[in-house]
Design a binder for this molecule. Structure first.
Ligand code: SAM
Length: 306
């Protein structure tokens, strides 16, 4: 549904820095940087920006990034960073119990609900017992929209549903992971301001909204000209400013049980306590399961409940 051209690569890189900022880093589990056999997987790596940063931060670790589209760099990568083409729906080219930490970010428009369940189970297979999976997603909805912004929300939903994808499914990733056999599942919901009301972060996220909105407005459902699109975005920007609009970002972390049960995409949950391993959840970001988003902004927050 999303293109894989240069503007989209630029948008993904900018989005990486935004998400890294609001989540206070590239990962929200403790990783043992001294371990001689730490293995990390970035699922649907995109431009590979996350994997490359991880490879530099963990020079002793083995970092792998996979994507269906070759927009990751093929030259000049750190020796501990490997990228390969792979459709995750065909299964991952790795043995069982292989990775200490798996990261999957912003596949909201790529997976149907059934495919998301399938991928959860495949990731559980390649995760080591007591290893962690971290999911980061937004449902792509701009909350507190004005009328024009709501029009963009509707177009985004309509386009997604036409492609068999329901972005709202990311709102239930926590229960999805539990049903897929993960244990110690924690979820945090963070608000990302859209507009200058949220300071520099809000201004950057407004640019990201423009990139996505242009895809919906000019795509097969919106079918607008460039001028019509630009005019609508001018109005939508003002609405976001007045309404203090925001995206919601979900961070969900789950562990593979020490003694996993045989799980399929349609079977359900097991809960085994988890206390050790090379990866551990950082309490500061994983203890909340609230559905009320926390705001992340470089400015003081004025609105109640954010
Ligand atoms: C919105 S981008 C996110 C990229 C990266 N995770 C990030 O956060 O910057 C979605 C990525 O998923 C990839 N993708 C979509 N479907 C896939 C599949 N079935 N298997 C592997 N990668 C897939 C796309 O090629 C694209 O690079």
């Amino acid at each position: 549904m999303l293109p894989n051209d240069l503007p989209e690569s630029d948008r993904l890189d900018a989005q990486h820095y935004l998400v890294r900022f609001i989540l206070k880093g590239n990962y929200n589990v403790h990783l043992d940087s001294e371990s001689p056999d730490l293995r990390i997987l970035d699922v649907a790596t995109g431009t590979g920006v996350w994997a490359l940063e991880m490879a530099r931060e963990f020079p002793k670790a083995e970092i792998h990034g996979v994507d269906i589209s070759a927009i990751f760099p093929t030259e000049g990568n750190p020796p501990n960073c490997n990228f390969q083409l792979c459709n995750i729906l065909d299964g991952l080219p790795f043995p069982d119990n292989h990775f200490d930490f798996i990261y999957q970010r912003l596949l909201v428009y790529a997976l149907s609900p059934a495919q998301r369940r399938q991928v959860n189970v495949e990731l559980l297979r390649v995760l080591k017992p007591e290893g962690f999976l971290q999911l980061v997603e937004s449902d792509g909805i701009v909350y507190n929209p004005g009328p024009q912004m709501e029009k963009i929300n509707q177009l985004s939903l309509e386009t997604s549903l036409r492609h068999g994808v329901d972005p709202r499914v990311v709102q239930t990733m926590k229960s999805g992971l539990k049903q897929s056999g993960y244990t110690n599942v924690n979820s945090v919901n963070i608000a990302l301001p859209v507009g200058a009301w949220g300071g520099k972060v809000g201004s950057l996220s407004l640019q990201n909204m423009h990139g996505l909105a242009t895809i919906w407005l000019r795509g097969e459902v919106g079918n607008m000209t460039r001028d019509e699109c630009d005019a609508l975005l001018v109005v939508a920007d003002k609405e976001c400013e007045v309404n203090q609009s925001y995206y919601k970002v979900w961070l969900v972390i789950g562990a593979k049980p020490k003694e996993p049960k045989n799980i399929t995409a349609s079977s359900s949950t097991t809960t085994t306590p988890n206390t050790s391993g090379k990866a551990q959840v950082l309490a500061s970001t994983s203890s909340s399961s609230s559905d009320t988003p926390r705001v992340s902004s470089s400015r003081p927050v004025k609105r109640n409940g954010l």
